[in-house]
Design a protein around this ligand. Structure first.
Ligand code: UDP
Ligand code: MG
Length: 320
């Protein structure tokens, strides 16, 4: 087998409408590159014709390699799996729906050749995405930056180029909760961006439902920040200050101002609800962390594979 230089990692979940066009565009880009290319397609348990289309591509073009999950594990896990099989000197991660224009690869490679180990694509704008998605994404990236010690660049997705060294480090990380854009920033090395306009989806529906985006956002914050854990302390202090104020107020009324209305029950009810909700929120935050610790401790495999084509696992490659 010829050793590829460029490995493209593409997660695919129910993308039957996009696969042909994606392959056409990538083929065109690959033709213009000066070295061997491998296309690693990761089928994330698609229920449509995606897998059979991938098999066909593999049949036509030996540069296409694939693995297929036994069920849907999610985008970040699909990318992780793809990276596990990368043989090239660099890996390029991109979506299957052509929102990440393959032609940007040239600019990324240029930066890589200048010596950057990580080149991530940064969005200039989000064409045709709803204002709600734009606003939440805008706010989220900025909140994450404030909460985390890791300098995670704003408005970047998973579209990026990673040098072999970085791929090896990511592959050696045992973390099960994989927030790729965070881990990518965490590794360090020389990093830079290329700017691009995010295109609308070529075809098909968005696979990231609101629920999945929300889960990804929480994963990002919990994996890269412990600030939420400290929230309990601060909320506790605020509650204590309010309680103190109430004590002083009640004392004052009792001793000096007998005309004041006694607010009795309502005050007590409010206090109970206030403290109760503060406590529940804090327990919930603890739960988010403990749940993740539990996941890590169980140490189940990150994904299960039902079928592969043309791939060798890196560990086997090294033992050869
Ligand atoms: N994807 C995946 N598994 C999932 C959801 C999405 O592999 O559970 C893939 C999807 O096929 C696409 C990429 O991840 O290639 C990005 O998904 P999508 O376009 O729906 O999200 P967005 O563009 O909004 O980030
Ligand atoms: Mg998309």
């Amino acid at each position: 087998m010829i050793q590829p230089i460029y490995s493209l990692v593409i997660p695919i979940y129910n993308e039957q409408e996009n696969i042909t066009e994606m392959y056409r565009r990538l083929h065109h880009v690959a033709e213009q590159l000066d070295g061997e290319v491998e296309l690693i397609l990761v089928d994330d348990g698609s229920r449509d014709r995606s897998l059979s289309m991938i098999r066909e591509l593999r049949h036509l073009d030996s540069r296409v390699r694939y693995l297929s999950f036994a069920r849907n594990f999610g985008h970040q896990i699909a990318v992780t799996a793809g990276l596990n099989f990368v043989q090239g000197k660099c890996a390029i991660i991109m979506d299957a729906d052509l929102q990440d224009p393959p032609e940007l690869i040239f600019q990324m490679l240029e930066k890589w050749q200048q010596g950057y180990e990580v080149v991530y694509a940064q969005r200039l704008s989000r064409k045709q995405e709803s204002w709600l998605k734009r606003f939440t994404a805008y706010a989220f990236y900025r909140i994450l930056r404030r909460l985390s010690h890791v300098d995670i660049p704003t408005d970047t997705g998973d579209f990026c180029l990673l040098d072999r060294q970085v791929v090896d480090i990511l592959n050696a990380m045992p973390e099960r909760n994989r927030y790729i854009r965070g881990l990518r920033a965490w590794v360090g090395f020389r990093q830079t961006s290329v700017l691009f306009e995010r295109e609308p989806r070529f075809a098909g529906k968005v696979k990231y439902t609101f629920g999945k985006s929300w889960a990804l956002a929480i994963d990002g914050i919990i994996s890269f920040s412990t600030v939420p854990l400290k929230l309990a302390t601060y909320l506790g202090m605020v509650a204590a200050a309010i309680a103190l104020l109430m004590i002083l107020l009640v004392l004052y009324w009792r001793l000096f101002d007998h005309t004041s209305p006694l607010i009795g029950y309502s005050l007590i009810t409010i206090a109970i609800f206030f403290l109760g909700s503060v406590q529940l929120i804090c327990i919930g935050i603890l739960g988010e962390y403990i749940g993740r610790i539990y996941e890590e401790v169980k140490a189940r495999p990150i994904y299960t594979v039902k079928e592969t084509g043309g791939l060798i696992k890196i560990s086997e490659m090294q033992s050869k």
